[in-house]
Design a protein around this ligand. Structure first.
Ligand SMILES: [Zn+2]
Length: 153
């Protein structure tokens, strides 16, 4: 583990203490609120095609919120260039902004990342890929799951 280099602490949620979602909506309500592309990723754990998302290369300073419920999830200063085709962050916001589930779909063991506030799907987190970042984690997040709120300058 390379956690906490540079003073960045990484909180990884114990599934046993996972909080229940604060925002709970029916499937019909989510369908009405979200675009079909947003619904497919956020509520059906889909994945947008690589290099197509609006935030893949974004360097604008600000906070990335959940597009389903508005909860703040990631800061732009933890975003890094992974060249993987999706926005990548080395840590989420502190305080349990996201939760992580082991995902064995597609015959692979991956760790799914969800919004702690509404349990919508955000992406996956990968470990040990050797990026030069303060943690050894890559939160690989779909652009369509996020909404960037640029910082006033
Ligand atoms: Zn959310």
């Amino acid at each position: 583990m390379h956690a906490a280099r540079d003073g960045h602490s990484v909180e990884r949620m114990d599934p046993a203490t996972e909080p229940a979602p604060k925002v709970v909506k029916s499937d019909a309500e989510w369908r009405a609120q979200l675009t079909p592309a947003e619904y497919q990723v956020l509520r059906q754990a889909g994945t947008e095609r690589p290099f197509t998302g609006e935030y893949t290369d974004t360097k604008t300073q600000g906070v990335y919120s959940c597009r389903a419920c508005g909860a703040e999830l990631f800061r732009s200063d933890t975003k890094f260039e992974s060249h993987c085709g999706w926005p990548s962050f080395f840590t989420p916001l502190a305080g349990g902004a996201v939760i992580e589930h082991v995902d064995t779909s597609l015959g692979m063991r991956r760790v799914e990342v969800l919004c702690a506030n509404c349990h919508s799907h955000l992406g996956h987190v990968f470990e040990g890929e050797g990026y030069d970042t303060p943690t050894d984690l890559r939160y690989c997040i779909n652009s369509v799951s996020l909404r960037l709120e640029p910082e006033a300058s």
